[in-house]
Design a protein around this ligand. Structure first.
Ligand code: NDP
Ligand code: GDR
Length: 371
């Protein structure tokens, strides 16, 4: 039975990857952080009590800032594959916490590679690094491929750039099987609530049920190549099943703006929007309400506004990936479109909003995410 170790197992990708590997018959070990409140919600459904017969899913306390902890876990587990998905993954937050982001995202990757080498596992353990389209930043070429030059635009992207090159370096220096997956944005109903897609789908669901009046966003012109996390974790595994380690762009090859994602999400909930105004004065107004989902809004309501608090000191305006290499060499193509993904996310969040609305109508206090 193959053994995999996943850092960031409690995150969006980690949870889908753990499910995927368990289905493939792996023994899966994940690293979770100690937190004052529970942070395992995304993997609770696959958690196995150690007293069950033949458990195959194990969680270990750990942190990417703690070398001895990482070395001990790798020594105990002796993994065939390590997936380094753990990170301070929020670009805007990285401007607030640049040093911590560098410690976790850049040095954390080095600590894992060094632990593998120190333990003499460099010929046994394959290594996957969660690299990112943020490396392209100020884009030099459209669409972006594996050979497009990097120009990172945030402390997050700069940290991930170190991680990218240290992976290449350990591959070249020590013959390690180590790969970078240069993944473009990917989302799902498990996406963190402060990334823009999920912030939008939660807000639209809440607004449709009368739980929230307005969604405040930053740069709505930003263009992203959005795919579904389920498609992307399949590719993470495929990258480690080759004869020779290599780096791959994972993307859909299609981009839309944040504004278009708002329009699409609202339409899924039965709210037809018209955008007007420019820059800080841009708003979205309800021009029609369809079906019986959106009883919380009326024609004429302004439900989206711009808040400059969400602008970034340096922005990545446009990202569009060319996944030809992944298609040709690995036979990978994404199966879920951005429209299908958006619909899934809105329907998921509508379900939750409806539950909240029922509780509220019975006098219970419900808090809703607005950031
Ligand atoms: P999430 O933010 O959902 O998950 C990040 C995970 O990392 C969580 O499990 C988190 O733990 C864990 N983590 C954070 N800090 C530490 C630390 N100091 N030590 C150990 N673990 C830590 O990210 P995604 O699942 O969306 O992304 C997975 C990876 O892929 C990340 O590295 C991200 O940067 C990268 N990436 C993501 C893309 C995307 O569009 N989703 C695109 C390209 C790259 P906790 O749950 O306790 O917070
Ligand atoms: P990104 O994702 O920065 O691309 O990083 P995010 O969803 O945060 O932003 C996408 C774009 O939307 C614009 N935007 C807003 N973003 C947020 N979060 N909140 C807002 O209110 C808002 N308004 C507009 C942003 O400015 C940006 O242009 C994600 C993360 O998962 C990274 O870890 C990963 O590496 C990259 O995707 C690829």
């Amino acid at each position: 039975m193959k053994k995999a170790l996943i850092t960031g197992v409690t995150g969006q990708d980690g949870s889908y990857l753990a499910e995927f590997l368990l289905e493939k018959g792996y023994e899966v070990h994940g690293i979770k952080r100690r937190a004052s409140s529970l942070n395992t919600e995304r993997v609770d459904h696959i958690y196995q009590d150690r007293h069950e017969t033949n458990p195959r899913f194990f969680l270990h306390y750990g942190d990417l800032t703690d070398s001895s902890n990482l070395t001990r876990i790798i020594k105990e587990v002796q993994p065939d594959e390590v997936y380094n998905l753990g990170a301070q993954s929020h670009v805007a937050v990285s401007f607030e916490c640049p040093e911590y982001t560098a410690d976790v995202d850049a040095l954390g990757t080095l600590r894992l590679l060094e632990a593998i080498r120190f333990l003499g596992l460099e010929k046994k353990t394959k290594f996957y690094q969660a690299s990112t389209s943020e490396l392209y930043g100020e884009v030099q070429e459209i669409p972006q491929t594996e050979t497009t030059p990097f120009h990172p635009r945030s402390p997050y992207a700069v940290a991930k750039m170190y991680a990218y090159w240290i992976v290449v370096n350990y591959r070249e220096s020590y013959g390690m099987y180590a790969c970078n997956g240069i993944l473009f944005n990917h989302e799902s109903p498990r996406r963190g609530e402060t990334f823009v897609t999920r912030k939008i789908t939660i807000a639209i669901a809440n607004i449709s049920q009368g739980l929230q009046s307005c969604l405040y966003l930053g740069n709505m012109d930003a263009l992203r190549d959005w795919g579904h996390a389920k498609d992307y974790v399949r590719m993470q595994w495929m990258m480690l099943q080759q004869d020779v380690a290599d780096d791959f762009v994972i993307a859909t090859g299609k981009q839309i703006s944040v504004r278009e994602f708002v329009r699409m999400s609202a339409a899924e909930a039965g709210i037809i929007l018209e955008f007007s105004g420019k820059g800080l004065d841009e708003v979205a107004t309800v021009v029609a309400v369809e079906g019986d989902n959106a009883h919380g809004v009326n024609v004429g309501d302004v439900i989206v506004k711009v808040d400059p608090r969400y602008f970034r000191p340096a922005e990545v305006e446009t990202l569009l990936g060319d996944p030809s290499k992944a298609k040709e060499k690995l036979g990978w193509t994404p199966e879920i479109t951005v429209e299908e993904m958006c619909a899934e996310m809105v329907q998921h969040d509508l379900g939750k909003a409806k539950q909240h609305a029922i509780l509220k109508s019975h006098g219970y206090d419900v808090s809703v995410v607005k950031e």
